[in-house]
Design a protein around this ligand. Structure first.
Ligand code: DMJ
Length: 456
């Protein structure tokens, strides 16, 4: 299937982003495109690793080879550095595993084994619920300084990667560690119709800060990985499916509302019995996940809900001055003259180049063939180009999506812009269902495709 004009525009955008990274941040974690410099988080070439499989999928062979050389010669995990277990699993381990599958190059598997082994000390806790941070050089792990809690989404969104590492290496320990977490969470009390709190204690193994339920930050990918592990494992692990189905019922019962004036269906939050009409952009992964579930034979009404929610996520862009979504919106529940559905608080009006809406648009287009989803994604790409592109190379997060004349560039290009946002754009604009066939691959939460063990 030949590459079309819109895909070429994605390739152009990727090259522009990559040029900035290469010129000013090569081998470092993130590009600072305005100051023509870089920032370090783990010191592991995060953007480069996150972008490897995107380059493969976009067909950027030269860029891929150059990056491969860096991985072969300069990527060293034997470093006295604290990394976040979740972030390094989804971006680094996930990125290496998917690149291994796509390219067949054993270098990436060797590197994946190395980082996988170095992350294992995180699971040595009284409850076996992993700590948030690991020193990959010293082999020690610890929670954040102020608490012994871990984030629920973090400890339940590392499973696809560790399970795959076990399958590839024949070493069960990776899978055992993460399966134990899921089994434990399955039995825990403190859920509300399948919805989970945001924190879990590494000593007691119990949920903490009970009573607050969101599909946004700190809980989001728990729900995503219930479904995706079930798919990865060949749809046999019933507890995962049960927990997923129950959770979606919980969403319907407690978190769904409709806004005014346009009656957009949105997912709010519940805090100690009080509903809040607040929705993180992060929640926009949900339409894609619901559609993937429906494609895999789950309730047809999940697809209906997906259709309603992706419209809402699109409106989170379309109703804003720059055509880009803020990090968080509040929906109006009652019609007021001169007010749109979406309200934005000053502290929430930044945009970090996040992928979730484009990700869901990709699933919706794959499963329905409705071209409006491509058109919406195309609008979003053009607005990224208009308001976040830095002429000297790279794209930047912005502070103010409501000010087209000065969106206030933040001077940071997140690694997921290359790992996820541009990859999902490219796939959205493609009509080739074999370009990452969704009956053969499941994407981790950082857009790295991993094989389904028993393809449909
Ligand atoms: C990414 O690291 C992943 O998509 C994660 O699931 C959520 N946060 C960012 C993107 O927004």
């Amino acid at each position: 299937v030949p590459i079309n004009e819109r895909q070429l525009a994605v390739i152009e955008a990727f090259r522009h982003a990559w040029r900035g990274y290469k010129d000013f941040a090569w081998g470092h974690d993130e590009l600072k495109p305005l100051s023509k410099s870089y920032s370090e988080w783990f010191g592991l070439g995060l953007t480069l690793i996150d972008a490897l499989d995107t380059m493969w999928i976009l067909g950027l062979k030269e860029e891929f080879e150059e990056a491969r050389k860096w991985v072969a010669n300069d990527l060293v995990f034997d470093k006295n550095v604290d990394v976040n277990l979740f972030e390094s699993t989804i971006r680094i381990l996930g990125g290496l595993l998917s690149t291994y599958h796509l390219s067949g190059d054993s270098l990436f598997l060797e590197k994946a084994k190395d980082i996988g082994n170095r992350l294992m000390p995180a699971f040595k806790t009284p409850s076996k619920i992993p700590y948030s941070d690991v020193n990959i050089g010293r082999g020690t792990a610890h929670p954040p300084r102020w608490t012994s809690d871990s984030t629920v989404a973090e400890v339940t969104s590392i499973q696809l990667e560790f399970r795959e590492l076990s399958r590839l290496t024949g070493d069960e320990k990776f899978q055992k560690a993460v399966d134990e977490v899921m089994k434990h969470v399955h039995t825990l009390s403190g859920k509300n119709d399948g919805l989970v709190p945001m924190f879990i204690n590494t000593n007691s193994g119990q949920f903490t800060h009970l009573g607050v339920y969101t599909l946004g930050a700190r809980a989001d990918s728990y729900y995503e990985y219930l479904l995706k592990q079930w798919i990865q494992g060949g749809k046999k692990e019933n507890e995962l499916l049960e927990d997923y189905m129950r959770a979606i019922e919980g969403v319907k019962k407690h978190l769904l509302q409709r806004s005014a004036p346009k009656k957009l269906t949105f997912v709010g939050e519940l805090a100690h019995g009080h509903f809040s009409a607040k929705m993180d952009h992060l929640v926009c992964f949900l339409p894609g996940t619901l559609a993937l579930g429906a494609h895999n034979g789950l309730a047809a009404d999940h697809m209906k809900l997906a259709e309603a929610l992706i419209e809402t996520c699109y409106q989170m862009y379309a109703q804003v001055e720059t055509g880009l979504s803020p990090e968080i919106v509040h929906f109006n529940l009652h019609a007021q003259k001169g007010h749109k559905d979406v309200e934005i608080k000053p502290a929430d009006r930044h945009n970090l180049l996040r992928p979730e809406t484009v990700e869901s648009l990709f699933y919706m287009y794959r499963f329905t063939g409705d071209k409006k989803y491509q058109d919406w994604g195309w609008e979003i790409l053009q607005n990224f180009n208009k308001y976040t592109r830095v002429p000297t190379g790279g794209y930047t997060s912005i502070n103010n999506v409501q000010n087209p004349s000065n969106p206030e560039p933040r001077d940071k290009m997140e690694s997921f812009f290359l790992g996820e946002t541009l990859k999902y754009m490219f796939l959205l604009f493609s009509d080739d269902i074999d370009l990452i066939n969704l009956d053969k691959y499941v994407f981790n939460t950082e857009a790295h495709p991993l094989p389904i063990w028993v393809p449909a």
